[in-house]
Write a protein that binds this ligand. Sequence first.
Ligand SMILES: C[S@@+](CC[C@H](N)C(=O)[O-])C[C@H]1O[C@@H](n2cnc3c(N)ncnc32)[C@H](O)[C@@H]1O
Length: 365
Amino acid sequence: MLDLFAGCGGLTRGFVDEGDFRSSGAVEFDRSAAATYAANFDPTGTHTFAGDIADFRDVPPVDLVIGGPPCQGFSALGRRDPADVRNQLWREFVRVVRDSDARMFVFENVDRFAKTPEFDLLRAAAGEGGQLADFRTQVFRLNAADFGTPQKRIRTIIVGSRIGPVSAPVASHARRPTANLPRWVTLREAFLSGPVVLDPGVRDEWLPESFLDFQGRSVPGAFKLRDLHVTKRYDLTSEIRYAHIAPGQSRLQLPEDLQYPCWRRDPVGRSDVLGRLRWDEPGVTIRTEFFKPEKGRFLHPQWENGGDQVNRALTHAEAAVVQGFDDRHVWCGSKAEIARQIGNAVPPPLARAIARVVGDRLTAA
Ligand SMILES: C[S@@+](CC[C@H](N)C(=O)[O-])C[C@H]1O[C@@H](n2cnc3c(N)ncnc32)[C@H](O)[C@@H]1O
C-alpha cells in the first residue's frame, strides 16, 4: 500500500499491525513527520517521499492507497475557506489513486468533511464519468472510542473499491457495556494498566539529545514513547489556576480573580479552555497543541480536592497513548513537531478496524 499525507504513520501503523499489509511508499512534506514515518516503516528511507504531493510523480503500483489530507480546511476549528489550497489536495489523492492502479483506497478526514463540497466532488470522481469511474465508494462515520481507543474522536472514512464493497468496520467497545461489548476504554485503564504505564509525577522538560540522519539531513530522534513523557515548566499563577479545576470542569469554574480579563467578557463561550479530563471516561479529541492547557480539555485527570493533584497538560507520551499508540512506534522531530504528528494521527486501533474489512475484501477478490 501507499500512504499519502502520511504524517507519523498512524494510519499505516493500524494497517501494518493488522497483518497482511506492507507499506511500499509514503508522501509527506513535513520533514520530521516523514522521518518518523521512515523510522517506523521504511528502514532504508528510500520509499518515503519527503515533499509536496504535487511533485510526487514516481507512483509505484499498489493494491491500496490510504491517506488523510490535512483537515484544517474542513475542520470546524479551521478557517472553513472553500478556496483554501489544502481543500484541493483531494485532487492529488485522486491522481495518485489513478496512477497507482490501486484496487482500493481509504480516505480519512474530520467528521465535517462529509458536509463539504470536496466530499461531493470526491464521490463524484468515483461515479459515472469521473476520474475513478470504476470505483464505488462507501462512507463510514466512526468514533475511535468504539474501536478500543481511549479517546472520543469522530472521523469520516471513505472506502473506494473496484472489487466490491467492504463490510462495515465492527465496533469492539460501546459507550455503555452490552452483552457483547465492553464499555469504552477509560483514561484510568489506558494510563494505569495499559501497555505503557507512565508516572504522573514526571518532571523532565526536555527530549534526550539524540539525532538521526534522514535523507542527508539531521533530525532529532528517534525517540521512544517513554522519552516523550516530558512536561513544561508553568508559572505559579497557571499552576494555581489548574489547581482550581476539578475533573470535568474548565476555565468557567475559576474564581473571578483567576480569570483572564478577556474571559470575563466571554463568560460562557470556549467552555473547554483549561478543561480537565476525567479518569473514568476516554479522553477528548487530541489536537496538535494538546500540551497547552488553554487550547482545550487537556489537563491531566488526577485531581483530589486538597490532595493528590497533577496540575499540567498531558505529556506527549500520554497524548500518544490516548491516540492508541504503544511503545513500538518511535518518533522524530522537536517537541512541537512531534506534538503535531501525534495530534494529526489516525488512532491506530481505528485504523486496524478499517484495515480488517479492507484486507478481507482484497483477499476475497
Ligand atoms: C492529518 S495529517 C495525516 C495524518 C496521518 N494520516 C496519520 O495517521 O498519522 C496530514 C499530513 O499531510 C501533510 N501535508 C499537507 N500538505 C501536504 C502536501 N501538499 N504534500 C504532502 N504532504 C502534505 C501534513 O504535513 C500532515 O502531516
